[in-house]
Design a protein around this ligand. Sequence first.
Ligand SMILES: [Zn+2]
Length: 105
Amino acid sequence: MATRLITTPDGRRIPDPRSTQAWRKLAKRVAIEEPTCWLRFEGCTIRSTTGDHVIPVTVRPDLALVRSNVRGACPGCNYKRGNLPVDSLRLGGQMSRPSALDIFD
Ligand SMILES: [Zn+2]
């Protein structure tokens, strides 16, 4: 399998830590420990099956395999978030929710 490369903020090209066995193991553990998606974007399936990096791997590759930097997320939300910084997500109690979710209030 070819090793994927990512570009760090300082322009270095390094192997993607998410292509390692260690990452797959950690992501699996996170999905078990946090079974609900923490992102809850529009179209969220709620069920977490992937590991989402709080601080994106491209920003802090050194935190890629640190448990506290990984939250459970559904594949759709994880993909949608991409590398958005966590500050721009407005998660938690004061989160402005997508209007499609208002019907659940
Ligand atoms: Zn989700």
